[in-house]
Design a protein around this ligand. Structure first.
Ligand SMILES: [Zn+2]
Length: 350
């Protein structure tokens, strides 16, 4: 689009002659956000319309519901004023320079690419830097199989979570790049550090929330800590936390556990570790141990280990180990439902 200048010439321009640098960006980028003349690149309106293809994702379908849920989760990040609005694209076509943000199934994508977000922006100097996103289109690979229900811990391969990938691509749409240094929805690789809590909610993780707050700040606040069954496994990659599948009564076991501080401020809290006869960990289950005085700053996600004693008195059988972040309810949170986290596999106690 338009003319592209090289970096050395842009400062020599006279103000009457505006040279636009309009570029394309796909999913493969550096972490963080794009800049223009040192300024953060974003949608200057702090909102945008996403036109959902009704031929790919019929209005009222589960696809549509999952997409809108992912949009809502970004809109609901406190400390950020960003909003996606829903539009409908009914013509069955898409075009990356028509000024409309389109979301569709793409038959042209192949291989391991699950989805591609194409962003078009402007960045030029005319007595000051002028910059911002103009258009963002999201294509989901129509040649892979998609899961519309909850993630299955026993199989992180296909079918892929449509809502999880949508949340990641929508993060690109509002201006975030990849972040591969720690757990983040904007990790390069599926499952993008996973969902949170027993109900497997796909919600932007702490670092992603900080990114949205940086690009589109507002003064609203959020108090929320969450548990996760995922851990970082390398640059931009993640998988399930480790936990044993068998143990004897009267022995010690070690599990990994991850918590996220989704809040806009530092939080201090206690964590309870439990043994449950089902995969829903509750304060009614057998308490095996407590970590007191855990704390985390905004943006923090971390994975830790905890050794627990399996009492001699429990009956043999199948159990789940798990934990509850802020189990004693010291924090007043916007979401309590993401604090309960079982290990991503059962344990047989003999
Ligand atoms: Zn990406």
């Amino acid at each position: 689009m338009d003319r592209i200048f090289n970096g050395s010439s842009r400062y020599a321009l006279f103000g009457l002659f505006v040279v636009a640098f309009v570029g394309w960006s796909t999913a493969a980028e550096a972490y963080g956000y794009k800049t223009c003349g040192g300024n953060k690149m974003r949608y200057n309106n702090q909102w945008t319309n996403m036109y959902i293809s009704t031929t790919s994702f019929p209005a009222g379908s589960s696809w549509d519901a999952r997409l809108q849920n992912a949009m809502w989760h970004w809109n609901n990040v406190k400390g950020s004023t960003w909003d996606f609005y829903v539009g409908r694209d009914t013509d069955g076509t898409h075009n990356r320079s028509n000024g409309r943000n389109e979301v569709y199934l793409d038959n042209g994508l192949s291989g391991s690419t699950l989805a591609v977000t194409k962003r078009r922006w402007h960045c030029y100097w005319a007595f000051g830097w002028r910059h911002g996103y103009n258009e963002t289109d999201i294509g989901f690979n129509n040649n892979v199989s998609w899961r519309l229900g909850a993630l299955d811990y026993s199989d992180l391969n296909d079918p892929y979570s449509f809502e999880g990938v949508a949340l990641h691509e929508l993060g690109h749409a509002l201006g975030l790049n990849h972040e591969d240094r720690w757990l983040a929805t904007m990790n390069s690789y599926y499952p993008n550090s996973g969902p949170v809590g027993h109900w497997k909610a796909w919600d932007p993780l702490p670092d992603d929330r900080q990114g949205a707050r940086f690009l589109y700040p507002d003064s609203t606040t959020e108090s929320d800590v969450a548990g996760s069954a995922f851990r970082r496994t390398g640059s931009g990659s993640s998988s399930r936390v480790a936990s044993p599948t068998q143990a004897n009564r009267g022995s010690y076991v070690t599990i990994q556990f991850t918590f996220h501080n989704m809040s806009t401020a530092r939080k201090t809290f206690n964590i309870g570790f439990y043994l449950s006869t089902n995969d829903y960990i509750s304060t009614g289950d057998r308490l095996l141990g407590v970590n007191t005085g855990a704390w985390a700053d905004p943006g923090f996600s971390g994975t830790f280990s905890r050794t627990l004693y399996i009492p001699r008195g429990v009956a043999t059988g199948q159990y789940w180990l798990g934990f509850i972040v802020d189990f004693d309810d010291g924090l007043s949170e916007s979401r309590e439902s993401n604090n309960y986290m079982e290990m991503p596999r059962a344990i047989q106690i003999n």
